[in-house]
Design a protein around this ligand. Structure first.
Ligand code: FNR
Length: 363
């Protein structure tokens, strides 16, 4: 069966993956309250369609840090795509390229940055966590630049991996054939170790992530790379303003898909204050809970330049490898285009807060 939307794909993917890997992908932190809130937040808005507008041509093209993208929908950084499909990030890169979509590659990719670049035909960004051995960051930044990556994304909402109860319950550890090949193997050994009543991923982060870094440390990274620097995991106006003051080039408004601070504000709810705190035209992206074209439209109407999609990409990989990721990106773009046409807003410039109204009380 070919899925007709991402809800259908989710069911197909679940049937194909072992339960502990499914839990690692799907799960959130703590009581999964923030995870549940993400999808609900989109339903707090309804669309205000305009009529008698010429919608015979609909244009979803967007420009982002010097690249033109076919649609404002990219792939969020996620560790270890091989958990979902043996080809891992190489398959994702092929599919993203074919769709003209941005692919943000995780520092914990299971394929080398160079292999991924060889498979890609679209823009790649490299996501980093700040490791205690910061010389690895400098080396990765340099390799990324040489391989043609277009930006660095520093994830700032994870001084450690949060307590994800499903992974603790499952004593989750990485399978032996899935490795963070861009790092020294010794660095990720702990992630492979199965400990009763613990998560290998969380233990690994406690050992390797540098929880001491602050705004002043961004200069160290900037000095080592000419690539634009994006911060991922900003949820407040205060931090957005600090990011701009420290020369950051773009932001991703994100609560890490509900996998870090449980109880954190939904990314969509944080978006307006972040957009208001940065200069006009400063690129603000959003991720978390984007599952249909109208979700993309809603985020764009509230000021996002583009959205990133996480878990559904792994569902696509599990379902049908690169073709499955292609299905995810195509479905979202098809749904976005249809929503723009039916809402009488045929270009991204037509998307502003007047496209939305609050869900009617009592509705
Ligand atoms: C992630 N995410 C993530 N983020 C990051 O900056 N670096 C990473 O390595 C990972 N790894 C990762 C693994 C898995 C399995 C998931 C599901 C997520 C978070 C990701 O980039 C993004 O913020 C969320 O997944 C977006 O939410 P949705 O689309 O999954 O709801």
């Amino acid at each position: 069966m070919e899925p007709l939307n991402l809800d259908e794909l989710e069911g197909l993917a679940r049937a194909r993956l072992p339960a502990d890997i499914w839990d690692f992908i799907q799960g959130g932190a703590g009581g999964e309250w923030t995870l549940a809130a993400a999808a609900a937040q989109y339903r707090r808005h309804v669309l205000r369609p305009r009529v008698l507008v010429d919608v015979s041509r609909c244009d979803t093209t967007v420009h982002l840090l010097g690249d033109e993208l076919a649609a404002p929908i990219g792939v969020a950084p996620m560790a270890y795509h091989q958990l979902a499909h043996p080809e891992g990030e190489s398959a994702t890169a092929r599919a993203a390229g074919a769709a003209g979509a941005l692919f943000v590659v995780s520092i914990f990719a299971g394929r080398t940055l160079e292999e991924i670049a060889a498979a890609a035909t679209g823009p790649l960004w490299l996501q980093l966590y700040w490791l205690r051995r910061r010389e690895f960051l400098a080396e990765l930044a340099e390799r990324a630049e040489r391989a043609g990556y277009r930006a660095l994304v520093l994830t700032v909402d994870a001084p450690k991996v949060a307590r994800r109860l499903r992974d603790i319950r499952n004593s989750f550890a990485l399978p032996s054939d899935v490795n963070a090949v861009n790092l020294d193997p010794a660095l990720t050994a702990t992630a492979h170790r199965r400990t009763a009543g613990g998560s290998g991923i969380e233990a690994h982060s406690r050992e390797q992530f540098d929880a001491t870094i602050g705004w002043a440390d961004l200069a160290w990274l900037r000095e080592r790379s000419a690539l634009p620097l994006v911060l991922k995991g900003v949820l407040t106006a205060e931090d957005a303003a600090l990011a701009v003051a420290h020369g950051v080039d773009a932001l991703v408004v994100s609560n890490h898909g509900g996998r870090q601070l449980d109880g954190a504000i939904p990314a969509l709810a944080a978006l307006p204050e972040v957009v208001a705190a940065v200069p006009d035209g400063f690129p603000v992206l959003l991720d978390g809970g984007v599952r249909r074209g109208t979700d993309v439209l809603t985020a764009l109407a509230l000021g996002a330049r583009a959205v990133l999609v996480g878990r559904p990409v792994l569902w696509g990989l599990a379902h049908a490898g690169a073709a499955g990721v292609g299905t995810v990106l195509d479905l979202l773009r098809t749904e976005l285009t249809e929503a723009m046409v039916l809402a009488g807003r045929p270009t991204l410039a037509h998307l502003d807060p007047t496209a939305l109204a609050p869900w009617p009380r009592g509705g």
